[in-house]
Design a protein around this ligand. Sequence first.
Ligand code: FE
Ligand code: FE
Ligand code: ZN
Length: 276
Amino acid sequence: MTIGCHLSSSKGYLAMGKTAAEINANTFQFFTRNPRGAKAKDLDPADIQAFLDYARERGIGKILAHAPYTLNGASKDPHIREFARNTMADDLDRLERTPGNCYNFHPGSHVGQGTEAGISHIAAMLNSILKPELSTTVLLETMAGKGSEIGREFEELREILDRVELSDSMGVCLDTCHVWDAGYDIVNHLDEVLGHFDQVIGLGRLKAVHLNDSMNPLGARKDRHAKIGEGCMGLEAMTRVINHPALQNLPFYLETPNELDGYAREIRILRERFTG
Ligand code: FE
Ligand code: FE
Ligand code: ZN
């Protein structure tokens, strides 16, 4: 089973690798920079090399970088779009130092222009930053549909994928709290929802799962994560998610409201319940 959680990147890559090993994780997610999108810290080549060696020894596989969540490549303001574009291009450039991993981002919010306009901006941005030589797979995250967020419906993600030229560089990250909040009942109808995902997007595109319970009922569009088993979805639903044949080989990332000890506990519980 490949499972980890979101970790602070403030002490560098090796520190994240060691923290992951401490809590019995074999992957982790981290923000490429301060989530509000400030300038990224300089990369330390020695830290990266030490991490790559450590990860190989300790069986830490692919990791997931997360873009700052305030970027909005779907904005109607060209300056906001340009900031998103430049930040993501810089992130992808930096991620080549740790090649072959994934980079997840929130598609963006159309803030009143309509979904279609927002989708065109996102696709145009991706077409301007993706290059054949980049080894990172860029993931669109399924969203809860708060405000004017794009990516609540699988069809919207499909639209973006269809318009990206280097579509082999693209995938999707499914967030369990977000799809539940979006109105997809993965608690009672997991097979049907994944069947629908397969029809619309294709399960082959699914590269990662954010494993979160939700504080709110189905379709609430709120995006408030809960600890595993302590929200409206429950531990049995999470257990079915990790063991589903279409999902069991994917990496799972906890983004639950926890400190390290809480993450360690959730990882232990989920490992005990993994039968794949
Ligand atoms: Fe996210
Ligand atoms: Fe998420
Ligand atoms: Zn969320």
